[in-house]
Design a protein around this ligand. Structure first.
Ligand SMILES: C[S@@+](CC[C@H](N)C(=O)[O-])C[C@H]1O[C@@H](n2cnc3c(N)ncnc32)[C@H](O)[C@@H]1O
Length: 252
């Protein structure tokens, strides 16, 4: 773990039966996203779908100068940078060192109030009541189901009274609902257009999503709603923004 300002947080290391699996998963994710830092930037920063999603998140957050914000799985600053430009103080947490470094460099270039932390969000803990807004974009589907629940419970505790949580992510099930099936079919069609490499991706994803063995474990908007409710959030609201991309928010 590295952090640009260690005084701001405390970390937990909860030894339990799933710690080894989580450690292995964390190493895979860190390596994968270290390799994808540059290509992910090109994939999201100025593409229409992600621009729409980011605008919707920023609108909901409505960051004010001085807000204390935590960005979970911040990448190279897709949400962190615009939030910090609004005058918020942002802690950008990411498991991949090169993502955190790219975020820190971009923030320093604009002299923004951003701290970066290389850590697995499943191990993150912060002082109770120390945060006004928690955001996350396209990261929490990488967190296992049990850890999603535990993370939300801790996140609720980190928030000051009235604090908000806004999560944008792929929110999709394994095809139980017509909406899921429509999204999955759309993906299959677009992969089929890529020929043999697309066919290979379809086969790989069918196994990983179907058996939930990969590092991507998205859940539906309804499942997120249930998790936020269970963690104690109020005023919960969620909606699909574009294809599988959805946003859910709640208040403490
Ligand atoms: C798809 S990218 C999204 C990055 C950024 N939030 C955005 O919207 O552009 C997923 C990011 O989540 C990070 N990530 C995945 N699993 C994580 C975990 N368990 N803890 C912290 N970061 C994680 C990855 O390293 C990567 O930077």
């Amino acid at each position: 773990m590295t952090v640009s300002d260690p005084s701001r947080l405390s970390m937990i290391r909860r030894p339990d039966a799933s710690a080894t699996t989580r450690g292995r998963r964390a190493r895979v994710l860190a390596r994968r996203w270290d390799q994808r830092t540059g290509s992910w930037h090109g994939h999201v920063f100025d593409t229409p779908g992600f621009t729409t999603l980011r605008a919707a998140v920023l609108d909901l957050v409505d960051a004010q100068p001085g807000d204390r914000v935590v960005d979970l799985g911040a990448g190279d600053g897709f949400l962190t940078l615009p939030l910090a430009r609004s005058g918020a103080t942002v802690l950008a947490v990411d498991i991949a060192p090169s993502m955190a470094q790219a975020c820190a460099i971009a923030a320093a270039r604009e002299n923004l109030d951003v701290q970066t932390l290389v850590a697995d969000v499943a191990d993150l803990d912060l002082p109770a009541g120390s945060v006004d807004v928690i955001v996350s974009s396209y990261a929490l589907h990488h967190v296992g189901d049990r850890d999603k629940r535990l993370l939300l419970e801790r996140a609720h505790r980190w928030l000051a009274p009235g604090g908000r949580l806004v999560i944008a992510d792929m929110m999709i099930g394994r095809g139980a609902s017509p909406a899921d099936r429509e999204i999955i079919l759309g993906k299959v069609r677009s992969l089929l257009r890529k020929g043999p490499p697309g066919l290979w991706r379809i086969a790989k994803n069918a196994v990983r999503f179907g058996l939930r063995t990969g590092t991507e474990q998205p859940i539906t908007l309804a499942a997120w709603h249930k998790l936020l409710t269970g963690a104690g959030f109020t005023q919960i609201a969620g909606r699909h923004v574009i294809a599988e991309a959805a946003i859910i928010s709640g208040h403490r």
